[in-house]
Design a binder for this molecule. Sequence first.
Ligand SMILES: *Cc1c(COP(=O)(O)O)cnc(C)c1O
Length: 431
Amino acid sequence: MIILHNLEKSKELYSKAKKYIPGGVNSPVRAFKAVGCDPVFIKKGKRAYLYDEDSNKYLDYVCSWGPLIFGHANKKIIKAVEKSLRNGFTYGAPTQLEVELAQLITNCIPSIEKIRLVSSGTEATMSAIRLARAYTKKDKIIKFKGCYHGHADSFLVQMGSGGLTFSMPNSPGVLEDVAKNTILANFNNKEDIKDIFNRFKGQICAVIVEPVAGNMGVVKPENDFLNFLSEIAHENDSLLIFDEVITGFRLGLAGAQGIYKVEPDITTLGKIIGGGFPLAAFGGKSKIMDMLSPEGPVYQAGTLSGNPIACTAGITTIKMLIEDPPYDRLEKITKYLTEEIQKIFKKYSISSYISQCGSMFTPFFCNDKVIDLDSALKSDIYIYSKFFQELLKRGIYPPASQFESWFVSTAHSEKDIDFTLRVIENVAKNL
Ligand SMILES: *Cc1c(COP(=O)(O)O)cnc(C)c1O
């Protein structure tokens, strides 16, 4: 078993980065703070592997936090993007590529009749909420603890000590006036939702949810939770928004909604639909989407929205997924991997619950099933940190936080899975 020692160049780059970039990174989780070590700086990615600046090689289970369903530097995507680059980078004018991508996505996801392209998931969810407020003429949204919907002000809210009615910002700079319109609920908890709809009668514009949560670690909806959300939202003339930025094209061609057979009013997409480039989207019923400018009065815009390079990568990715859907194989290989990890942990008496859905999974270090944020928080993050560090040293790159999803790509071979299991067995002995 190789143990990596040399991270000199990464360390050098990190101290230099901290001089010029707050915390040395452009997105907080990259700093490895939650796992108690310094970040590695990546030089390149190829198929299922990452290579750092010191030429260490890692089997990648982050996959850029979800976009890379075909792994790094996929040849077909490179070819398409190279060709597209020669036609210019951006025009600020409509293109055939945008129409093609919009058509592909709406064909795959029946609840989306019309769609608008943006450049990040944050933009997609932020715009979806604006649209929902305009459409319903109501102010408040229900959001679930542990679900992440990007970093727009409305979503950076945490329950204050006053209980569910008293929503406080959890980042300085977010106005209490904004936070008070975000009502928090527990994932998988129907009573919470009933309560909130009673308490704020006629004020809820939308329920927004990750239909399979990926941002508190992977947490699946129990029983008919998503159906319940759809019913109660519609009884109250509110909208249901599925944030499928991770799950869209990850769990299947129609995302989580295709698997759980629940149709939201608005869907947000990102990550995979850009094929590794900055592209996201929100879409839904025509009568809602047609409220957007220039058709309707709700303003929304973007200089690089529908960027031709990103659209090309997205179109190529989705076409490859349609032509040869990888979902059964991904599910099979991921299920095998997680079942074997579970066996290893059991053998060494390590308390664990491994949550898996399609090619997403999270090993939690706790005794009970994880169904919401509170149960996820019971996981022993000190064990996770040690697990992370020991894996990293042995050439496996897991997410740098307990509360994230691991991703398997089509580039992960059976050999890679076996390598992973050998490493985990080696690490588990001393965990
Ligand atoms: C990643 C993510 C976002 C935010 O997307 P960005 O492109 O990072 O702004 C929103 N919702 C979910 C569910 C996500 O996983």
